[in-house]
Write a protein that binds this ligand. Structure first.
Ligand SMILES: [Ca+2]
Ligand SMILES: [Ca+2]
Length: 234
């Protein structure tokens, strides 16, 4: 093959790959029935990248569309956190994804405890009671096509793994989550509240504009997932 023909073949291959990527995105978005989360307090629509993607603001659309959860009950909102008319206790309480929020200044300490590797913000909503096979979608709005990395704010009682899809296509493979279990903590239930940051855990390419991220619980579960802080990768 001469040089010109070789270059042309490379160009054609790249063009076909780009076209396939755009086609799969358009195809996925055309059929996707979920919509960006909004409520009386959060009206931001699609979550912005770069920026902090809040897991608890996963999409509207229900079981099988915007998420899959192992049971229809919300074990946090309206259950662990009894319905009392407050925003945090009743947050998405009729949806299957299990949600709670970080609690500070209690005795014994819950989320501001001495075993935190990183102290999270107070009253931060997070997805908990995670089980392998569960997933949730988040519609995002991406400022520019680029490779991005994200730091995950989380707790993990026994380690495990998650993965992310972009517009229905696997984008990361399994990502190992380090355990935050600490034998020094005398309180067994607090093993679910040792917060940590996994810097640069996620690395993926995103097209400009609207996309849907799917967060999968791959193994172990028992993780609390709060935020993915996306920045352009370096
Ligand atoms: Ca549930
Ligand atoms: Ca669950």
């Amino acid at each position: 093959m001469n040089k010109t023909l070789f270059r042309f073949t490379l160009f054609l291959a790249a063009l076909l790959a780009t076209t396939a990527l755009c086609a799969s995105k358009a195809d996925f978005l055309a059929h996707y029935k979920g919509t960006p989360y909004h409520d009386s307090r959060y009206q931001g629509g699609a979550q912005l990248i770069p920026g902090k993607v809040i897991c608890a603001y996963y999409d509207l659309g229900g079981e099988g569309v915007a998420y899959h959860d192992s049971d229809a009950a919300n074990h946090g909102s309206g259950d662990l956190n009894p319905a009392d008319g407050s925003y945090l206790h009743e947050f998405r309480m009729n949806e299957g994804v299990d949600i709670s929020f970080t609690k500070f200044k209690l005795d014994p300490a819950i989320d501001d405890n001495p075993y935190d590797k990183v102290v999270p913000p107070a009253d931060l909503l997070y997805v908990g009671w995670t089980v392998p096979g569960e997933w949730f979608n988040v519609t995002v709005q991406v400022a520019e096509a680029a490779e991005y990395s994200a730091d995950l704010l989380y707790t993990s009682n026994r380690g495990g793994s998650i993965s992310l899809d972009v517009n229905g296509e696997p984008a990361t493979g399994p990502l190992t989550i380090a355990s935050t279990f600490d034998t020094a903590d005398p309180l067994a239930w607090r093993q679910w509240h040792h917060w940590n940051l996994a810097p640069g855990l996620v690395r993926l390419k995103l097209p400009k504009g609207k996309s849907v991220l799917t967060v999968h619980i791959v193994s172990e579960g028992q993780m609390n997932l709060a935020t993915f802080d996306f920045k352009k990768a370096r």
